[in-house]
Design a protein around this ligand. Structure first.
Ligand SMILES: Cc1cc2nc3c(=O)[nH]c(=O)nc-3n(C[C@H](O)[C@H](O)[C@H](O)COP(=O)(O)OP(=O)(O)OC[C@H]3O[C@@H](n4cnc5c(N)ncnc54)[C@H](O)[C@@H]3O)c2cc1C
Length: 406
């Protein structure tokens, strides 16, 4: 008897899961239910090359032909609105009921809104349609205001700056990238942007905004000052999409909780990608909004689904968290864990090229690495980090010399 896998969400994690199941020899029916019409296009270029180049096409990760060859049934442009766990089915907004044997929640995340600014209808960036609207606006204005100095806000700022727009970034924190917790990194990135002419307003929030007849927007800041921009983008983080799970027992909290196998409290339901809050270590759940995490979690969930059916032991996620960000000519990479409790120890500083590599440490343990235009070195640290190598061992095992921080 065949078993039906239903994947809710049509992003990169969903596509990777279907591919992984097929690659592992699963010939049973797979259905992808997607709120968007387009299945699995790439989001990272939306704040970079797509925003920069008015002729850049949608960065599709697959095609109708490839999905057909994969033998996946696509239900596009329809949102799942309810999960019925006892009945093992989901209900779509059209009323259609789709039964499942295994369900994968891959509904991603959506931009956090700033209701105080609804009156001026600011831009948010998540989808292809969002990107088209923002691109159109940025290419036809002089001044861009970005609320939020996180990774996404800074990428938008860098692209707008590359288009010679006047750019202002506003953030409630004292420096950029505050959510990552590292002051050193935040300052380095802030300096990079200032060097390119981006203006910052830190330690202030935007209380309200007014749109004028000529389209310009006045922002009223918490310190009583005003700023005027032509285009306003809000990039203050994202929230997991779990509204359709209300009443299922899987809702609540920041995403869908899973164990290290991406399995929820229901053995027939996995959660992957941005929406999943995964137990990396016992008792330590974490939700990652990273492209690589989408693929890693999809791979583990696919193997877990097949393991359940075959009565085998389920695999666990062993991959390290990894995120990259391209801003100007800098590739910033963060591998492993870095948070407010981490100290950053300099492993490489190259004053000529400006490249550097820093180790995030807790006591004698290396928990992560941060690279600034050092992709090969970051990659070389991967195995060492996974092996739980100590700071001294890692520094000894590389050709890099420990240098005094400046
Ligand atoms: C502009 C931008 C730039 C980025 N740049 C980087 C980067 O440089 N580096 C990096 O590591 N990461 C980056 N990311 C993050 C990365 O793209 C995400 O981590 C990744 O897309 C997550 O994939 P996902 O499949 O979990 O979710 P998503 O890609 O969000 O896909 C989820 C899909 O589910 C659909 N959906 C939601 N609810 C329902 C429902 N009820 N029924 C049916 N379908 C539903 C959504 O419409 C969406 O199509 C970027 C993200 C954005 C938006």
């Amino acid at each position: 008897m065949s078993t039906q896998t239903v994947i809710v969400g049509g992003g990169v994690s969903s596509l990777r899961l279907a591919e992984r199941l097929r690659r592992a020899g699963d010939e049973d029916p797979i259905t992808i239910v997607s709120a968007e019409q387009a299945i699995a296009y790439d989001r990272p270029p939306l704040s970079k090359s797509v925003l920069l180049d008015e002729s850049a096409p949608r960065p599709d990760l697959t095609s109708t032909e490839e999905l057909e060859a994969l033998g996946v049934r696509i239900v596009a442009g329809r949102r799942a609105r309810r999960l019925d766990r006892p009945g093992r089915s989901i209900e779509l907004e059209t009323g259609e009921v789709v039964p499942y044997d295994d369900l994968v929640i891959a509904t991603g995340s959506t931009p956090r809104r700033l209701p105080a600014l609804d009156a001026v209808d600011p831009h948010y960036l998540r989808t292809w349609d969002d990107a088209l609207a923002l691109r159109e606006a940025v290419h036809r204005c002089a001044r861009v205001g970005v609320i939020g100095g996180g990774v996404l806000g800074l990428e938008i700022a860098a692209t707008a700056q590359a288009l010679s727009r006047e750019v202002l970034v506003i953030d409630a924190a004292p420096h950029a990238l505050a959510r990552l917790g590292s002051h050193d990194l935040g300052r380095a990135v802030t300096d990079l942007h200032r060097g390119h002419g981006v203006h910052f307003r830190f330690d202030v929030t935007t209380e309200s905004a007014v749109k004028h007849a000529d389209g310009t927007i006045t922002l009223n800041l918490s310190d009583g000052t005003e700023e005027i921009v032509d285009v306003l983008v809000v990039a203050i983080g994202a929230v997991p999409v779990t509204d359709w799970l209300d009443g299922s027992g899987l809702e609540g909290g920041d995403g869908v909780d899973t164990d290290a196998s991406c399995r929820t409290i229901d053995e027939r339901i996995h959660a992957i990608g941005d929406v999943a809050r995964i137990e990396y270590v016992p008792g330590g759940h974490r939700r990652l909004e990273h492209w690589t995490n989408a693929g890693d979690t999809a791979a583990v969930a696919a193997r877990g689904i097949l393991a359940r059916r075959r009565g085998e032991t389920r695999p666990e996620l062993t991959e390290l968290p990894y995120v990259w960000s391209d801003q100007y000519d800098v590739k910033l990479q963060i591998l492993g864990h870095i948070d407010a409790g981490s100290s950053l120890l300099s492993a490489v500083e190259d004053p000529e090229t400006g490249r550097w590599l820093r180790l995030a440490t807790r006591g004698h343990e290396v928990t992560g690495v941060v690279g600034w235009n050092m992709p090969a070195a970051v990659n070389r640290c991967r195995a060492a980090l996974m092996a739980g190598i100590s700071v001294d061992e890692l520094l000894r095992s590389t050709p890099w010399e420990r240098k005094a921080r400046r």
